[in-house]
Design a protein around this ligand. Structure first.
Ligand code: ATP
Ligand code: MG
Length: 392
Protein backbone atom coordinates (compact mmCIF):
# COMPACT_ATOMS: atom_id res chain seq x y z
CA UNK A 1 0.00 0.00 0.00
CA UNK A 2 1.22 3.48 -0.75
CA UNK A 3 3.08 5.54 1.80
CA UNK A 4 0.31 8.17 1.67
CA UNK A 5 -2.32 5.58 2.55
CA UNK A 6 -0.45 4.77 5.78
CA UNK A 7 -0.10 8.43 6.64
CA UNK A 8 -3.86 8.84 6.08
CA UNK A 9 -4.58 5.96 8.46
CA UNK A 10 -2.35 7.55 11.11
CA UNK A 11 -4.17 10.87 10.64
CA UNK A 12 -7.54 9.10 10.96
CA UNK A 13 -6.37 7.44 14.17
CA UNK A 14 -5.45 10.81 15.67
CA UNK A 15 -8.80 12.35 14.65
CA UNK A 16 -10.71 9.41 16.12
CA UNK A 17 -8.76 9.66 19.38
CA UNK A 18 -9.97 13.26 19.61
CA UNK A 19 -13.55 11.96 19.41
CA UNK A 20 -14.48 12.45 15.74
CA UNK A 21 -15.09 10.21 12.75
CA UNK A 22 -12.71 10.08 9.79
CA UNK A 23 -12.36 8.01 6.61
CA UNK A 24 -10.35 7.73 3.44
CA UNK A 25 -12.70 8.83 0.65
CA UNK A 26 -13.07 9.41 -3.07
CA UNK A 27 -10.53 8.60 -5.74
CA UNK A 28 -8.10 6.86 -3.41
CA UNK A 29 -10.70 4.24 -2.44
CA UNK A 30 -11.55 3.67 -6.09
CA UNK A 31 -7.92 3.29 -7.14
CA UNK A 32 -7.22 1.06 -4.14
CA UNK A 33 -10.04 -1.31 -5.17
CA UNK A 34 -8.73 -1.28 -8.73
CA UNK A 35 -5.23 -2.15 -7.51
CA UNK A 36 -4.04 1.03 -9.19
CA UNK A 37 -1.38 3.35 -7.93
CA UNK A 38 -3.07 5.59 -5.36
CA UNK A 39 -2.06 9.23 -5.70
CA UNK A 40 -3.74 11.75 -3.44
CA UNK A 41 -5.34 10.18 -0.41
CA UNK A 42 -8.15 12.39 0.83
CA UNK A 43 -9.59 12.13 4.32
CA UNK A 44 -13.15 13.19 5.19
CA UNK A 45 -14.11 13.86 8.79
CA UNK A 46 -16.92 14.92 11.09
CA UNK A 47 -14.48 17.32 12.77
CA UNK A 48 -14.68 20.99 11.81
CA UNK A 49 -11.63 22.77 10.38
CA UNK A 50 -11.07 24.46 13.75
CA UNK A 51 -11.03 21.04 15.44
CA UNK A 52 -8.51 19.72 12.93
CA UNK A 53 -6.25 22.68 13.60
CA UNK A 54 -6.34 21.86 17.29
CA UNK A 55 -5.58 18.18 16.79
CA UNK A 56 -2.58 18.76 14.52
CA UNK A 57 0.17 21.21 15.34
CA UNK A 58 1.15 21.81 11.72
CA UNK A 59 -1.58 22.63 9.21
CA UNK A 60 -2.04 24.81 6.13
CA UNK A 61 -5.32 26.48 5.17
CA UNK A 62 -5.56 25.38 1.57
CA UNK A 63 -9.32 25.62 1.18
CA UNK A 64 -10.76 26.38 4.56
CA UNK A 65 -13.93 27.90 3.03
CA UNK A 66 -14.64 24.45 1.55
CA UNK A 67 -13.67 22.76 4.80
CA UNK A 68 -10.29 21.55 3.56
CA UNK A 69 -7.18 21.71 5.71
CA UNK A 70 -3.79 20.37 4.70
CA UNK A 71 -2.44 18.44 7.66
CA UNK A 72 1.30 17.96 7.89
CA UNK A 73 1.43 14.88 10.02
CA UNK A 74 5.01 14.11 10.98
CA UNK A 75 5.92 16.22 7.97
CA UNK A 76 3.69 14.26 5.57
CA UNK A 77 0.88 16.18 3.86
CA UNK A 78 -2.71 14.87 3.80
CA UNK A 79 -5.83 16.83 2.87
CA UNK A 80 -8.56 16.60 5.47
CA UNK A 81 -12.04 17.84 4.57
CA UNK A 82 -15.05 18.23 6.84
CA UNK A 83 -18.14 16.24 5.80
CA UNK A 84 -20.10 18.62 3.63
CA UNK A 85 -22.79 19.04 1.07
CA UNK A 86 -22.75 21.69 -1.56
CA UNK A 87 -24.80 24.91 -1.40
CA UNK A 88 -27.44 25.76 -3.96
CA UNK A 89 -26.33 25.05 -7.48
CA UNK A 90 -26.66 28.10 -9.74
CA UNK A 91 -26.12 28.13 -13.50
CA UNK A 92 -25.32 24.42 -13.62
CA UNK A 93 -22.09 24.96 -11.71
CA UNK A 94 -20.76 23.76 -8.39
CA UNK A 95 -21.30 26.51 -5.85
CA UNK A 96 -18.51 28.28 -4.02
CA UNK A 97 -20.13 27.87 -0.64
CA UNK A 98 -20.60 24.55 1.11
CA UNK A 99 -22.54 23.38 4.13
CA UNK A 100 -20.89 21.23 6.74
CA UNK A 101 -22.93 18.16 7.64
CA UNK A 102 -22.99 15.55 10.36
CA UNK A 103 -22.86 12.28 8.54
CA UNK A 104 -20.54 10.51 6.18
CA UNK A 105 -23.61 9.39 4.27
CA UNK A 106 -24.52 12.96 3.28
CA UNK A 107 -20.95 13.61 2.26
CA UNK A 108 -20.84 10.53 0.04
CA UNK A 109 -24.18 11.39 -1.49
CA UNK A 110 -22.95 14.66 -3.00
CA UNK A 111 -20.16 12.86 -4.89
CA UNK A 112 -20.47 12.37 -8.62
CA UNK A 113 -20.14 8.67 -9.43
CA UNK A 114 -20.66 5.49 -7.45
CA UNK A 115 -17.02 4.49 -7.90
CA UNK A 116 -16.00 7.85 -6.40
CA UNK A 117 -18.49 7.72 -3.53
CA UNK A 118 -16.99 5.10 -1.24
CA UNK A 119 -15.12 5.40 2.04
CA UNK A 120 -12.67 3.22 3.95
CA UNK A 121 -12.47 3.26 7.73
CA UNK A 122 -9.32 2.80 9.77
CA UNK A 123 -9.90 -0.94 10.16
CA UNK A 124 -10.21 -1.34 6.37
CA UNK A 125 -13.99 -1.66 6.18
CA UNK A 126 -15.36 -0.33 2.91
CA UNK A 127 -18.46 1.84 3.20
CA UNK A 128 -20.26 1.48 -0.09
CA UNK A 129 -23.75 2.98 0.02
CA UNK A 130 -24.38 3.30 -3.72
CA UNK A 131 -23.07 0.10 -5.23
CA UNK A 132 -19.60 1.34 -6.11
CA UNK A 133 -17.94 -2.05 -5.65
CA UNK A 134 -20.48 -3.63 -7.94
CA UNK A 135 -19.89 -0.95 -10.57
CA UNK A 136 -16.14 -1.43 -10.34
CA UNK A 137 -16.75 -5.13 -11.05
CA UNK A 138 -19.03 -4.24 -13.94
CA UNK A 139 -16.57 -1.57 -15.04
CA UNK A 140 -19.17 1.18 -15.36
CA UNK A 141 -19.41 4.88 -14.52
CA UNK A 142 -22.79 5.50 -12.91
CA UNK A 143 -24.05 8.74 -11.38
CA UNK A 144 -24.95 8.71 -7.70
CA UNK A 145 -28.73 9.26 -7.62
CA UNK A 146 -30.70 10.58 -10.57
CA UNK A 147 -28.20 11.40 -13.32
CA UNK A 148 -30.44 14.10 -14.81
CA UNK A 149 -30.52 15.90 -11.49
CA UNK A 150 -26.81 15.47 -10.86
CA UNK A 151 -25.74 16.83 -14.24
CA UNK A 152 -28.09 19.78 -13.93
CA UNK A 153 -26.53 20.56 -10.56
CA UNK A 154 -23.05 20.58 -12.04
CA UNK A 155 -22.59 20.13 -15.78
CA UNK A 156 -18.85 19.49 -15.45
CA UNK A 157 -19.74 16.04 -14.15
CA UNK A 158 -20.73 15.06 -17.69
CA UNK A 159 -17.21 15.63 -18.90
CA UNK A 160 -15.80 13.97 -15.78
CA UNK A 161 -17.79 10.86 -16.69
CA UNK A 162 -16.06 10.73 -20.08
CA UNK A 163 -12.69 11.42 -18.48
CA UNK A 164 -13.02 8.60 -15.94
CA UNK A 165 -14.20 6.24 -18.66
CA UNK A 166 -11.06 7.08 -20.67
CA UNK A 167 -8.76 6.77 -17.67
CA UNK A 168 -10.20 3.51 -16.39
CA UNK A 169 -11.45 1.93 -19.61
CA UNK A 170 -14.95 1.77 -18.10
CA UNK A 171 -18.17 2.26 -20.03
CA UNK A 172 -20.80 4.80 -19.06
CA UNK A 173 -23.94 3.24 -17.63
CA UNK A 174 -26.94 3.59 -19.92
CA UNK A 175 -29.08 6.04 -17.92
CA UNK A 176 -26.04 8.10 -17.05
CA UNK A 177 -25.17 8.31 -20.75
CA UNK A 178 -28.73 9.18 -21.72
CA UNK A 179 -28.77 12.00 -19.20
CA UNK A 180 -25.54 13.40 -20.66
CA UNK A 181 -26.93 13.18 -24.19
CA UNK A 182 -30.04 15.00 -23.09
CA UNK A 183 -28.28 17.87 -21.34
CA UNK A 184 -24.97 17.99 -23.20
CA UNK A 185 -25.50 21.65 -24.11
CA UNK A 186 -25.22 22.60 -20.43
CA UNK A 187 -21.44 22.13 -20.74
CA UNK A 188 -21.44 25.65 -22.19
CA UNK A 189 -22.02 26.99 -18.68
CA UNK A 190 -18.75 25.56 -17.45
CA UNK A 191 -15.52 27.58 -17.35
CA UNK A 192 -13.23 26.73 -20.26
CA UNK A 193 -10.31 26.23 -17.90
CA UNK A 194 -12.23 23.42 -16.23
CA UNK A 195 -13.09 21.89 -19.57
CA UNK A 196 -9.43 22.05 -20.63
CA UNK A 197 -8.33 20.31 -17.45
CA UNK A 198 -10.65 17.39 -18.15
CA UNK A 199 -9.56 17.20 -21.80
CA UNK A 200 -5.92 17.24 -20.68
CA UNK A 201 -6.67 14.17 -18.58
CA UNK A 202 -8.33 12.51 -21.56
CA UNK A 203 -5.23 13.14 -23.71
CA UNK A 204 -3.05 11.52 -21.06
CA UNK A 205 -5.37 8.60 -20.44
CA UNK A 206 -4.74 5.09 -21.64
CA UNK A 207 -7.88 5.10 -23.78
CA UNK A 208 -7.85 8.56 -25.30
CA UNK A 209 -9.32 7.32 -28.58
CA UNK A 210 -12.24 5.74 -26.73
CA UNK A 211 -12.50 8.97 -24.74
CA UNK A 212 -12.91 11.01 -27.91
CA UNK A 213 -15.38 8.49 -29.32
CA UNK A 214 -17.37 8.81 -26.11
CA UNK A 215 -17.23 12.61 -26.34
CA UNK A 216 -18.91 12.28 -29.72
CA UNK A 217 -21.43 9.66 -28.59
CA UNK A 218 -22.37 11.75 -25.55
CA UNK A 219 -22.97 14.78 -27.82
CA UNK A 220 -20.53 16.84 -25.72
CA UNK A 221 -18.19 17.12 -28.69
CA UNK A 222 -20.73 19.36 -30.39
CA UNK A 223 -20.03 22.06 -27.83
CA UNK A 224 -16.26 21.65 -27.75
CA UNK A 225 -13.97 23.15 -30.33
CA UNK A 226 -11.95 20.65 -32.35
CA UNK A 227 -14.20 19.10 -34.96
CA UNK A 228 -13.93 15.72 -33.24
CA UNK A 229 -16.73 14.07 -35.16
CA UNK A 230 -15.18 14.60 -38.58
CA UNK A 231 -11.61 13.88 -37.52
CA UNK A 232 -12.07 10.91 -35.21
CA UNK A 233 -9.92 8.52 -37.25
CA UNK A 234 -6.91 10.80 -36.75
CA UNK A 235 -6.94 9.89 -33.07
CA UNK A 236 -6.77 6.12 -33.56
CA UNK A 237 -3.07 5.74 -32.66
CA UNK A 238 -2.72 8.81 -30.45
CA UNK A 239 -0.99 8.05 -27.14
CA UNK A 240 0.86 10.29 -24.69
CA UNK A 241 1.72 10.95 -21.07
CA UNK A 242 1.93 14.71 -21.55
CA UNK A 243 -1.16 16.86 -22.00
CA UNK A 244 0.60 19.43 -24.22
CA UNK A 245 1.07 16.68 -26.80
CA UNK A 246 -2.72 16.35 -26.95
CA UNK A 247 -3.16 20.08 -27.46
CA UNK A 248 -0.52 20.08 -30.19
CA UNK A 249 -2.19 17.15 -31.93
CA UNK A 250 -5.60 18.81 -31.71
CA UNK A 251 -4.04 21.87 -33.35
CA UNK A 252 -2.40 19.76 -36.04
CA UNK A 253 -5.72 18.17 -36.92
CA UNK A 254 -7.35 21.63 -36.94
CA UNK A 255 -4.44 23.45 -38.52
CA UNK A 256 -6.47 26.31 -39.96
CA UNK A 257 -7.95 27.20 -36.59
CA UNK A 258 -5.00 27.13 -34.23
CA UNK A 259 -5.68 30.56 -32.78
CA UNK A 260 -9.29 29.60 -32.07
CA UNK A 261 -8.15 26.52 -30.18
CA UNK A 262 -5.62 28.57 -28.20
CA UNK A 263 -8.35 31.02 -27.23
CA UNK A 264 -11.20 28.57 -26.69
CA UNK A 265 -9.23 26.30 -24.36
CA UNK A 266 -7.29 29.18 -22.76
CA UNK A 267 -3.97 27.49 -23.37
CA UNK A 268 -0.97 28.79 -21.43
CA UNK A 269 1.97 30.55 -23.01
CA UNK A 270 4.09 27.46 -22.47
CA UNK A 271 1.53 25.22 -24.14
CA UNK A 272 1.19 27.57 -27.09
CA UNK A 273 4.96 27.73 -27.60
CA UNK A 274 5.17 23.96 -27.51
CA UNK A 275 2.33 23.66 -30.04
CA UNK A 276 3.96 26.11 -32.45
CA UNK A 277 7.34 24.40 -32.18
CA UNK A 278 5.92 20.94 -32.78
CA UNK A 279 3.88 22.05 -35.76
CA UNK A 280 6.91 23.78 -37.29
CA UNK A 281 9.07 20.72 -36.66
CA UNK A 282 6.33 18.57 -38.19
CA UNK A 283 6.21 20.69 -41.35
CA UNK A 284 9.99 20.46 -41.67
CA UNK A 285 9.83 16.71 -41.11
CA UNK A 286 7.58 16.33 -44.15
CA UNK A 287 10.25 18.11 -46.22
CA UNK A 288 13.09 16.26 -44.42
CA UNK A 289 14.84 17.52 -41.33
CA UNK A 290 18.06 19.41 -41.87
CA UNK A 291 20.98 19.55 -39.48
CA UNK A 292 19.62 22.95 -38.44
CA UNK A 293 16.29 21.38 -37.45
CA UNK A 294 18.07 18.77 -35.33
CA UNK A 295 20.00 21.59 -33.72
CA UNK A 296 17.17 24.06 -33.13
CA UNK A 297 14.34 21.91 -31.80
CA UNK A 298 14.34 20.17 -28.42
CA UNK A 299 14.52 16.40 -28.53
CA UNK A 300 10.99 16.08 -27.16
CA UNK A 301 9.63 18.45 -29.80
CA UNK A 302 11.30 16.41 -32.55
CA UNK A 303 10.08 13.12 -31.11
CA UNK A 304 6.54 14.47 -30.82
CA UNK A 305 6.57 15.65 -34.44
CA UNK A 306 7.86 12.21 -35.41
CA UNK A 307 4.97 10.52 -33.54
CA UNK A 308 2.53 12.86 -35.29
CA UNK A 309 3.89 11.78 -38.67
CA UNK A 310 3.28 8.14 -37.72
CA UNK A 311 -0.22 8.83 -36.40
CA UNK A 312 -0.91 10.73 -39.62
CA UNK A 313 0.22 7.65 -41.58
CA UNK A 314 3.18 9.28 -43.24
CA UNK A 315 6.21 7.27 -44.24
CA UNK A 316 8.91 7.60 -41.64
CA UNK A 317 12.25 6.59 -43.13
CA UNK A 318 14.05 5.97 -39.81
CA UNK A 319 13.55 4.69 -36.26
CA UNK A 320 12.72 7.07 -33.44
CA UNK A 321 16.09 6.39 -31.73
CA UNK A 322 17.77 7.98 -34.73
CA UNK A 323 16.58 11.41 -33.56
CA UNK A 324 18.44 11.36 -30.25
CA UNK A 325 21.51 9.82 -31.90
CA UNK A 326 21.60 12.47 -34.60
CA UNK A 327 21.17 15.24 -32.07
CA UNK A 328 23.95 13.81 -29.88
CA UNK A 329 26.34 13.62 -32.82
CA UNK A 330 26.01 17.30 -33.77
CA UNK A 331 29.31 19.21 -33.49
CA UNK A 332 27.61 21.58 -31.03
CA UNK A 333 24.42 21.12 -29.02
CA UNK A 334 23.66 24.79 -28.43
CA UNK A 335 24.90 28.22 -29.42
CA UNK A 336 26.95 28.66 -26.24
CA UNK A 337 29.10 25.71 -27.25
CA UNK A 338 30.28 27.68 -30.24
CA UNK A 339 34.00 28.42 -29.81
CA UNK A 340 33.45 32.11 -30.54
CA UNK A 341 31.06 34.84 -29.44
CA UNK A 342 30.21 38.42 -30.35
CA UNK A 343 33.36 39.83 -28.74
CA UNK A 344 35.58 37.75 -30.99
CA UNK A 345 33.74 39.05 -34.02
CA UNK A 346 34.01 42.67 -32.94
CA UNK A 347 37.76 42.34 -32.26
CA UNK A 348 38.47 40.67 -35.56
CA UNK A 349 36.42 43.09 -37.64
CA UNK A 350 36.95 46.26 -35.56
CA UNK A 351 33.26 46.90 -36.08
CA UNK A 352 30.80 48.04 -33.46
CA UNK A 353 28.12 45.83 -32.07
CA UNK A 354 24.88 45.60 -34.03
CA UNK A 355 22.44 43.25 -35.63
CA UNK A 356 25.22 41.92 -37.85
CA UNK A 357 26.60 39.99 -34.83
CA UNK A 358 23.62 37.70 -34.72
CA UNK A 359 23.75 37.20 -38.46
CA UNK A 360 27.42 36.27 -38.23
CA UNK A 361 26.97 33.94 -35.25
CA UNK A 362 24.09 32.20 -37.01
CA UNK A 363 26.26 31.78 -40.08
CA UNK A 364 29.11 30.46 -37.91
CA UNK A 365 26.71 28.00 -36.25
CA UNK A 366 25.54 26.84 -39.65
CA UNK A 367 29.12 26.48 -40.89
CA UNK A 368 30.03 24.37 -37.84
CA UNK A 369 26.88 22.25 -38.00
CA UNK A 370 27.30 21.53 -41.68
CA UNK A 371 30.88 20.41 -41.02
CA UNK A 372 32.35 23.13 -43.25
CA UNK A 373 34.30 24.62 -40.35
CA UNK A 374 35.66 23.00 -37.18
CA UNK A 375 34.38 24.41 -33.90
CA UNK A 376 37.73 25.96 -32.98
CA UNK A 377 38.57 29.61 -32.53
CA UNK A 378 41.37 29.71 -35.11
CA UNK A 379 39.32 27.92 -37.72
CA UNK A 380 36.33 30.15 -37.11
CA UNK A 381 38.51 33.26 -37.32
CA UNK A 382 39.84 32.16 -40.66
CA UNK A 383 36.31 31.41 -41.85
CA UNK A 384 35.08 34.76 -40.58
CA UNK A 385 37.80 36.88 -42.19
CA UNK A 386 37.98 35.00 -45.46
CA UNK A 387 34.51 33.71 -46.15
CA UNK A 388 32.06 35.67 -44.05
CA UNK A 389 33.35 39.22 -44.35
CA UNK A 390 34.14 38.90 -48.03
CA UNK A 391 30.82 37.43 -48.96
CA UNK A 392 28.73 39.38 -46.49
P1 ATP B 1 -8.13 12.17 -9.83
O1 ATP B 1 -7.59 13.00 -8.71
O2 ATP B 1 -7.36 10.97 -10.16
O3 ATP B 1 -8.43 12.99 -11.02
P2 ATP B 1 -10.40 11.90 -8.10
O4 ATP B 1 -11.50 10.90 -8.00
O5 ATP B 1 -9.52 12.07 -6.91
O6 ATP B 1 -9.56 11.57 -9.38
P3 ATP B 1 -10.95 14.69 -7.87
O7 ATP B 1 -11.38 15.64 -8.93
O8 ATP B 1 -9.61 14.87 -7.25
O9 ATP B 1 -11.09 13.24 -8.50
O10 ATP B 1 -12.08 14.74 -6.75
C1 ATP B 1 -12.00 13.99 -5.56
C2 ATP B 1 -13.38 13.44 -5.22
O11 ATP B 1 -14.30 14.50 -5.02
C3 ATP B 1 -13.99 12.57 -6.31
O12 ATP B 1 -13.58 11.23 -6.20
C4 ATP B 1 -15.47 12.76 -6.06
O13 ATP B 1 -15.91 11.93 -5.00
C5 ATP B 1 -15.57 14.19 -5.58
N1 ATP B 1 -15.83 15.15 -6.67
C6 ATP B 1 -14.91 15.85 -7.38
N2 ATP B 1 -15.48 16.66 -8.28
C7 ATP B 1 -16.81 16.48 -8.15
C8 ATP B 1 -17.96 17.04 -8.79
N3 ATP B 1 -17.84 17.93 -9.78
N4 ATP B 1 -19.18 16.62 -8.38
C9 ATP B 1 -19.31 15.72 -7.40
N5 ATP B 1 -18.28 15.16 -6.75
C10 ATP B 1 -17.04 15.52 -7.12
MG1 MG C 1 -7.93 13.60 -6.68
Amino acid sequence: KSQEWHVALRVIDKIEKAGFEAYIVGGAVRDHLLNKKVNDVDVATSALPTDIKQIFSSTVDVGIEHGTILVLDEGQPIEVTTFRTEGTYIDYRRPEEVTFVRSLEQDLQRRDFTINAMAVSKDGTIIDLFGGIDDIKKRVIRAVGDPNVRFREDALRMLRAIRFSAQLGFSIEENTMKAIQKDSDLIEFIARERISMELSKIWKSENSFVGIKTLIESQLAKYLYGNFKNTLSNWKDFQTTKSEVGWAYLCLINRTDIQTIFDFYRLSKKEKTFVRNVLNAYNSFLKKWTVMDYFSYDLFVLETAYDFAIWQKHNVPFEKEHIAQTKARLPIQSIDQLAINGNHLMNWSSKKSGPWIKVALDAATMAVLSGAVKNEEVMLKEWFLNDFINEG
